[in-house]
Write a protein that binds this ligand. Structure first.
Ligand SMILES: *Cc1c(COP(=O)(O)O)cnc(C)c1O
Length: 490
């Protein structure tokens, strides 16, 4: 099994190379040439580590000793050794993905990615430093910094939208220690930062702008297949937990509701399904930036719409990168067609998929969006009814799950992507508490009101010194990267 670009089937590389490069040279995303035959039932018997290594070995076949990489990636970093606990809440289930070192679901992938990149560097004999460029809507940045800090042979630059992340998220990033880390705010929103990063990749690829600087670019965003593939594990894990609890038998269907931004998380669920896991619907839950739910309903992707800043900022995205991978799969791996759609999106701001693809979308996916008022209301009712405290992103998914009534008796699993303490002001306000003032004081008040423990990594943040203060315009991202790459020491 090789990897090939979604925009050109003649670009084929090994899985180690795909992870090292991040983005294909033609601007496409790497995808497996085919999904391997997979014994999905045997995976259900294993623990979380065993599941991760069996799945990753199948999807990234060129890596030697995946079990050792998995162990190094996760051991001792999560609150529980089963990594992603499944919790029954009411008659639904919450899959808690935020028990990692930065309290965001991105830890599941970004604890593994540095291991994969380090191994791929060794196997491919890469001598230059790997320079990781990352745009973040808040959570990827910190999780990537935590994963990569002081990993030898790598450096990482994180760009976040100035004013576009919560105070806690910002504090998590700007206090990051490590000799190989750099954090910079960009004036604009997340799409500006993400587009800027893609343009840096394109410019450096075309003109060899990093020549002589001992650096090769890679990405920690979910455009990197090494970021996406570790997320497949928790769908299997949730399924296995439902079997163990006696809620389902092996072979029964399960539905998943996924709070969605860049379409990485939900696409990992689709990968799990392609590997054989009996998933019913994958329900895409959006906030007011509902470009994806509109698309899943109509087949028209139209980013020409206002950008809303919402209470679930990690989903404030209008250009959803990983959708390209789904289009590639649903079009029967028609790279020329995908390239054409992506060009239309760039030039005209919209595209419409052919009817056969829309039909498949309707078969596989569900969709539902809600605004901030509904999000807050859900946080309040879930707390009142079940004494379960959820964050704003999880609340968007919970709201979608309430509206999604499959009527087949199959369990519904809501993916929970962040700790409520990452967004304490919004969460406390939803519980009608006083959410004014400093966000760290609000965190304490939320704790006093609910008794839910504050994760250690967040509790200690306030006392940490700020180490990163740069703020730049989007137009200056390329020169910033080139300058940084040229500096011997940061
Ligand atoms: C990144 C993120 C999401 C969206 O995940 P995608 O893979 O981009 O769809 C949802 N919730 C939180 C808290 C996130 O950090």
């Amino acid at each position: 099994m090789k990897y090939q670009s979604t925009r050109n089937q003649h670009t084929q590389v090994s899985s180690t190379r795909a992870v090292l490069q991040g983005l294909a040279p033609d601007g496409g995303l790497y995808m497996p040439t085919q999904f391997p035959p997979f014994d999905w039932q045997s995976v259900l018997q294993k623990d979380a580590y065993g599941m991760a290594s069996q799945i990753l070995s199948a999807l990234l076949p060129d890596f030697e000793d995946m079990a050792a990489l998995v162990k190094k990636g996760y051991a001792g970093k999560f609150e529980t050794e089963d990594l992603t606990p499944l919790v029954p809440v009411g008659d639904q289930y919450v899959l808690e993905l935020f028990r990692g070192p930065t309290s965001a679901f991105k830890d599941v992938a970004l604890s593994m990615l540095p291991q994969l990149i380090t191994a791929a560097r060794a196997q491919e004999g890469q001598k230059e430093e790997t320079l990781i460029l990352t745009a973040t809507s808040g959570d990827t940045g910190k999780a990537a910094l935590e994963g990569f800090h002081d990993v030898s042979g790598t450096r990482i630059i994180v760009f976040y939208p100035d004013g576009g992340v919560s105070a806690v998220q910002k504090a998590q990033m700007v206090t990051q220690s490590g000799e190989n880390v750099c954090v910079c705010a960009v004036r604009g929103n997340f799409d500006d930062a993400q587009t800027g990063v893609k343009q840096v990749f394109a410019a450096c690829g075309e003109k060899d702008l990093l020549a002589g600087k001992n650096a090769v670019l890679s990405s920690a965003n979910s455009i990197n297949i090494g970021r996406l593939t570790p997320q497949v594990m928790y769908y299997f894990k949730a399924y296995a937990d439902l079997v163990k609890a006696g809620r389902i038998g092996v072979g029964d269907r399960v539905h998943f509701v996924v709070p969605t931004g860049n379409f990485g998380d939900i696409l990992a669920g689709y990968f799990a399904k392609l590997l054989g896991l009996p998933i019913g619907r994958l329900v895409c839950a959006s906030n007011e930036n509902n470009v994806l739910t509109d698309f899943l309903g109509s087949g028209v992707y139209d980013r020409r719409r206002p950008f809303h800043k919402t209470l679930s900022p990690s989903m404030d995205i209008l250009v959803s990168s990983n959708l390209e991978r789904l289009l590639y799969l649903l079009s029967g791996q028609d790279a020329a067609y995908v390239a054409e759609l992506m060009q239309q999106l760039q030039e005209k701001g919209f595209y419409q998929v052919r009817p056969a693809i829309l039909e498949k979308l309707h078969q596989e996916f569900g969709c539902c969006w809600c605004d901030d008022d509904a999000t807050k209301k859900t946080i309040g009712t879930v707390w009142e009814k079940y004494h379960y405290l959820c964050d704003t992103h999880t609340a968007v998914a919970w709201t979608a799950a309430e509206q999604f009534r499959p009527g087949d008796g199959a369990p519904v699993v809501v993916l929970s992507t962040a700790s409520p303490y990452k967004f304490p002001a919004a969460v406390l306000a939803a519980l009608s508490g006083d959410a004014s003032g400093d966000e760290f004081a609000v965190m304490e008040r939320l704790h006093a009101k609910t008794g839910v423990p504050i994760p250690k990594n967040l509790a200690g943040l306030r006392a940490k010194a700020v180490r990163h203060r740069d703020v730049i315009d989007r137009e200056d991202m390329l020169s910033y990267v080139i300058e940084k790459a040229g500096e011997a020491q940061w």
